[in-house]
Ligand binder design. Structure first.
Ligand SMILES: NC(=O)c1ccc[n+]([C@@H]2O[C@H](COP(=O)([O-])OP(=O)(O)OC[C@H]3O[C@@H](n4cnc5c(N)ncnc54)[C@H](O)[C@@H]3O)[C@@H](O)[C@H]2O)c1
Length: 258
């Protein structure tokens, strides 16, 4: 599989390492600023030309939110399977789905490519369902990230909170701020800590008078995202060849891990 990396920053470099470990070829590294990229370009037309010239078979995009949608629109008509990790374009998802269908192309996207986090989502959804039948147990979420992170709660914590609300009948509202009165039983408390260099820790607590059950996901590095993106590229590429993945569709981690 010949992979073109669109965006050769922190994630692009890490994906290159993980892809090479698995024996895949990097056909192009495309970046508008990174001097060590094989293609030092940024216009969608130049990117299309580079993908054709290098006979790339899959594109993995970890570039910039501002460029993502224009690049996606330009690449889809080529029919090259496209894996998108860049964030910030999902408001255009239905337009992208229409384009993928129109050109019988294929696209895979995820806001979080970590396989571990996506499996953790499944565990938490199931646990919330199980504990939902037992009134003695309350549930809450806590997340911690490094002190350079500008937002809270994390996107992953929000996703976890949505899963708890969906699967736990006793919780109907998320609460992110400090409490100035006793929490209401239907409120799901989601709290955040920002400290040092923590790459990302998420804990779901189920607590009763008698005991406490804690489900924890702790990221060690960005490696998990890179591994997940390479896994997705190979799942898409092989699936299209074997016929287990259809053309004309947009796929997510849910499809790959089901
Ligand atoms: N989905 C996930 O699991 C996941 C994980 C980590 C990061 N991300 C997202 O991936 C993106 C990149 O993250 P990063 O940490 O590698 O950032 P980064 O800043 O280290 O790298 C981005 C690279 O894209 C390049 N770039 C910018 N505009 C471009 C354009 N028009 N064409 C080509 N290259 C362009 C930049 O020069 C830079 O080298 C961000 O949107 C980030 O939020 C997603």
């Amino acid at each position: 599989m010949k992979i073109a990396l669109l965006g050769y920053g922190k994630m692009g470099h890490m994906i290159e390492v993980e892809a090479k470990k698995k024996g895949f070829e990097i056909s192009a590294t495309i970046d508008s600023y990174a001097k060590d990229a094989s293609h030092f370009i940024s216009s969608p037309a130049d990117i299309v030309a580079a993908l054709q010239e290098t006979k790339s078979e899959v594109v993995i995009d970890f570039s910039h939110p501002d460029a993502a949608f224009e690049n996606i629109k330009a690449i889809i008509p080529l029919g090259i399977p496209l894996v998108v990790g860049t964030t910030g374009w999902l408001s255009h998802l239905s337009e992208v789905q229409d384009l993928v269908a129109k050109h019988s192309s294929s696209l895979f996207y995820a806001a979080n490519f970590s396989i571990g986090v996506n499996l953790f989502y499944k565990v938490v959804a199931e646990a919330a369902k199980v504990f939902s039948s037992y009134d003695d147990y309350d549930v809450a979420l806590w997340e911690a990230h490094h002190n350079q992170k500008a937002d809270s709660p994390s996107g992953t914590a929000l996703e976890l909170a949505k899963l708890v609300l969906k699967n736990h009948s006793g919780k109907t509202e998320m609460h992110f701020d400090a409490f100035h009165e006793k929490p209401k039983a239907h409120q799901l408390h989601v709290s955040s800590t920002r400290c040092g260099s923590v790459p990302g820790t998420h804990t779901v607590f189920f607590d009763s008078n008698a005991d406490s059950i804690e489900l924890l996901h702790r990221a060690r590095s960005r490696e998990g995202f890179a591994l997940g993106a390479v896994h997705a590229a190979s799942w898409l590429f092989d699936g299209l060849k074997k016929g287990s993945v259809q053309k004309g569709r947009v796929y997510t981690m849910e499809d790959m891990l089901s």
